[in-house]
Design a protein around this ligand. Structure first.
Ligand code: KIV
Ligand code: ZN
Length: 515
């Protein structure tokens, strides 16, 4: 059977989604999880785009040992140099070079002639080959390019040393039949095409990213580029989990194999959704909350008699847990550590000690601590702590149906200074956020606010997600607490800390525009 490689770009194209700003630790955690999922290639970022991206790509390359790690690069030497510095410590360094090939992009964006584009592409591949054993070359906006020109430039970059040719549908424009035909055209019109593998990269503007990727596989592609939960620029990229499960369930049709560990899909989806703040719609294929829920009486009856009547994918295939283990007040540090590891998280001894304190505090208020509770605590401990920025000391909110809601907040800044403020608002959350805005001494626009409970029951933890804009930076934040107002305050502080962190990281190296 043909082998299909999965190239995951959650940390590059996925991170380009509006309002998604992952920090280094979050990116590392996602990379480790992608390694458990056994993707073949992780695109960890765009090293020349910012100091933060460079550092993240470098650390991921040095951490991940069983996948190839790559980084994106424009066709210029300075980008290639930065990418090599970031990727050289990787197990199998590879470069992802791109340049646009459609008339629209060449004329309006690059302002280059087709000949100049070929020259720049060839020169970049040759230069990259001095360092990188594997160079992947992408024709940005390939699907709106003229096919004879596409075939010509592909032949030239193969001669220059490219070993993977990627055909992106950058704007999500192509239809499945047309996309398949591009792959056939290249195989029939590029004389040295057998020297390389072909890759698909689809965006979902017309809702066809997954089906286009599958069409590419049917027409000769042996690599697909995708993201977890389909996150990405605009309407997103092709969803990895959907392609992977389609290939598995319809192996009889596609006749291909992958090396993915499908049982890690659900966990990966949860992790990416929590860390990015991008919600998975309940009806989303494979990973949505309702993907395995049978609601109608006739369906329930059928499934009870014989699962296959209405179920083509078993929840176990993608790692949906059938039962959730419960810890309680009497559980010790050892049981906690075991469960954390079983859930797939890597915590240092110090983090486990801190988590144990938080766990005991919660167990005093809540009888059963479920996996979801534990994951919420792990997130608080591991990712939501910005030691160098603001931390919540206390809040007090007064609310009455006939009173003006008033909040008092005490925060500590990164230097340990205490800041205390009070303000009113039309409701309790507004009073709280007005007060926090005073503490930060900077205008903040709240773009989105969502609250959900972790599991069920009156004593469930509250989890709040916010999206804010401050200093021209749009970012998300999350907070968990037993009280909804405390969770709301934590989410807001978390988002603002991210704004300050992004600003600090930008430093002298301003972020360049991403493709
Ligand atoms: O969509 C696109 O064209 C890309 C390339 C940079 C590969 O993401
Ligand atoms: Zn893309």
């Amino acid at each position: 059977m043909r082998k299909i490689k999965f190239f995951d770009t959650t940390l590059r194209d996925g991170e380009q989604s509006a309002g998604v700003n992952l920090n280094l630790q979050e990116k590392l955690e996602i990379a480790r999880q992608l390694e458990r999922l056994r993707v073949d290639i992780i695109e960890a970022g765009f090293p020349a785009s910012s100091k933060g991206d460079f550092e993240a790509v470098k650390q991921i390359a040095e951490t991940v040992r069983t996948c190839s790690v790559t980084g994106l690069s424009r066709s210029v030497r300075s980008d290639i140099d930065a990418a090599w510095e970031a990727l050289k410590g990787g197990a199998e360094p590879r470069l992802h070079l791109f340049i646009a090939t459609s008339p629209i992009h060449m004329v309006h964006k690059l302002r280059m002639t087709p000949e100049q584009v070929i020259e720049a592409a060839v020169e970049a591949v040759k230069y990259a080959k001095r360092f990188f054993p594997i160079v992947q070359w992408s024709a940005e906006d390939a699907c709106r390019s003229e096919l004879p020109f596409l075939a010509k430039i592909v032949a030239e970059v193969i001669k220059a040393g490219a070993s993977v040719i990627n055909i992106p549908d950058t704007v999500g424009y192509i239809t499945p039949k047309e996309y398949g035909e591009i792959f056939l055209y290249l195989q029939n019109n590029v004389p040295n095409i057998e020297k390389v593998s072909l890759s698909a990269h689809c965006h979902d503007d017309l809702g066809m990213a997954v089906v286009n990727s599958l069409s590419a596989i049917e027409h000769g592609a042996t690599q697909v580029e995708c993201t977890i939960n389909g996150i990405g620029e605009r309407a997103g990229n092709a969803a990895l989990e959907e392609i992977a499960v389609a290939l598995h369930i319809r192996k009889d049709y596609y006749q291909v194999e992958t090396r993915l560990n499908l049982q890690e899909i659900k966990r990966t989806s949860n992790l990416v959704s929590k860390l990015t703040g991008v919600v998975v719609p309940p009806n989303k294929a494979v990973v949505g909350k309702n993907a395995f829920a049978h609601e109608s009486g006739i369906h329930q009856d059928g499934v009870l008699k014989e699962k296959t009547t209405y179920e083509i994918i078993s929840p176990e295939l993608v790692g949906v847990p059938s039962n959730s283990m419960v810890l309680g007040k009497h559980s010790g540090r050892h049981a906690l550590r075991n469960r954390v590891e079983e859930l797939g998280y890597t915590l240092s001894d110090e983090e486990i000690n801190q988590l144990f304190v938080r766990f005991k505090e919660l167990a005093d208020k809540k009888k059963d601590i479920t996996d979801d509770d534990l994951i919420a605590l792990i997130f608080e401990e591991k990712f939501d702590h910005f030691k160098d920025f603001y931390q919540l000391s206390s809040i007090q909110v007064q609310y009455g149906t006939n009173q003006i809601p008033t909040a008092v907040v005490v925060l500590k800044d990164g230097k340990g200074n205490e800041i205390q403020e009070a303000a009113t608002g039309a409701g309790s959350v507004e009073a709280l956020y007005n007060t926090l805005e005073r503490c930060f001494q900077t205008p903040v626009t709240l773009l989105d606010y969502r609250i959900e409970s972790v599991g069920g029951g009156r004593d469930a933890l509250a989890q709040v997600f916010v999206k804010v804009r401050a200093h021209d930076i749009e970012t998300s934040g999350r907070g968990t607490a037993q009280d909804v107002l405390e969770a709301s305050a934590k989410a807001y502080i978390n988002a603002i800390n991210r704004v300050f962190m992004i600003e600090a990281m930008r430093g002298e190296n301003e972020k360049v525009a991403t493709p």
